[in-house]
Design a protein around this ligand. Structure first.
Ligand SMILES: Cc1cc2nc3c(=O)[nH]c(=O)nc-3n(C[C@H](O)[C@H](O)[C@H](O)COP(=O)(O)O)c2cc1C
Length: 147
């Protein structure tokens, strides 16, 4: 039997030192790792960067989500990780993306915009607010289930 689909949603604080160019470089490296590793793990999801915060949605088979998230937790490029949701999910929300990226920081819009377009996922397709809304809704859903 295929293992259950899990979804993990969290946000964290950016700890990458340096300016926007350095941040863009590290984000490219994170997305490179995602492109390399996520398809093999059947992981799909989205990564949002906005004003010093990351928000990420990881979805896939439970063991894959667990092992990848453990690795991501140890990554020193971010900290103060707040898990909003971690549990079984009825279906994928990002089935087309091994890791969609959306950077939205007013002054850095041009810098991060091109990375988003490389992943085929950009403000033209989905507004940053919409992704945040998705992340927020997931958190509310989770809260409602726990209540
Ligand atoms: C916010 C954030 C999100 C990340 N997302 C992923 C991801 O989706 N997939 C992945 O393989 N690595 C991700 N990483 C990077 C991992 O922590 C780790 O550096 C990487 O998987 C190492 O890849 P390697 O084992 O192929 O060298 C992320 C890191 C950060 C800081």
């Amino acid at each position: 039997m295929p293992s259950e689909l899990y979804r993990c949603v969290y946000y964290s604080r950016n700890l990458i030192a340096g300016g926007p160019a350095r941040i863009a470089e590290e984000i490219e490296s994170i997305l490179g790792a995602a492109r390399r590793n996520n398809p093999r793990l059947s992981i799909t999801g989205a990564l949002l960067f906005n004003r010093g915060l990351f928000a990420q949605v990881l979805e896939g088979p439970c063991p894959s989500v667990e092992s990848l998230f453990e690795k991501i937790l140890r990554d020193e490029r971010h900290g103060d990780i707040q898990v909003l949701a971690f549990g079984s999910a009825p279906g994928r929300l990002f089935s087309n993306w091994s890791m969609a990226f959306l950077g939205r920081s007013r002054e850095d819009e041009n810098l991060f915009g091109h990375i988003g377009r490389q992943t085929g996922f950009s403000a033209e397709r989905i507004a940053g607010d919409r992704l945040l809304e998705i992340v927020r809704n997931l958190a509310y859903e989770e809260e409602a289930r726990a209540a």
